[in-house]
Design a protein. Structure first.
Length: 160
């Protein structure tokens, strides 16, 4: 490992600062609690080895996808917010590409030159177990059936 690992490598950045990133991950809807926990622990291992820190993680639940991805029509969305150097995104995304349960992911740079001491982590063991719970199935609303009174009103308007 090089001595620059986990540092922000930019001439314009201030020393001792990190970059803040957000990653949204879409998992297969068949992912269970153990799959999610395994992904979270692998991600934390990558962060620790690169001197990064997970600030926030949320399970946004199961949602219907706008278009099928690998024949999947629904997915579980996980939101990650973390601080790290220039190289953390490359390694984190490499690990996501290797995970079987990951359908898609998107990472964006939120802020540069962030003081890591000023951003406390909200992640606890209880939170990790809470986000690993399989989300409830999406609620599909069925069309309301017409009552007998509504049918009479409808027929009266037609002149019958």
């Amino acid at each position: 490992m090089s001595s620059t690992q986990g540092q922000v490598l930019s001439h314009a950045s201030r020393r001792g600062t990190k970059r803040e990133y957000e990653t949204v991950i879409i998992l297969r809807s068949a992912a269970n609690k153990n799959d999610i926990l395994d992904l979270v622990h692998k991600g934390q291992g990558v962060f620790e080895s690169y001197g990064a820190r997970l600030i926030q993680i949320e399970n946004w639940g199961s949602r219907t996808l706008a278009y099928p991805i690998d024949r999947a029509t629904t997915g579980i969305y996980l939101y990650w917010r973390y601080l790290g150097g220039s190289d953390i995104v490359r390694e984190f995304e490499r690990n996501l590409r290797l995970a079987d349960k990951v359908l898609r992911f998107q990472t964006i740079l939120v802020d540069q030159d962030v003081d890591p001491v000023a951003r406390p982590s909200e992640v606890t063991e209880d939170l990790l177990h809470a986000i690993s719970e399989p989300p409830p199935e999406p609620i599909v609303e069925e069309p309301a059936e017409l009552s007998h009174d509504d049918e009479d009103d409808y027929n009266d308007e037609d002149g019958e």
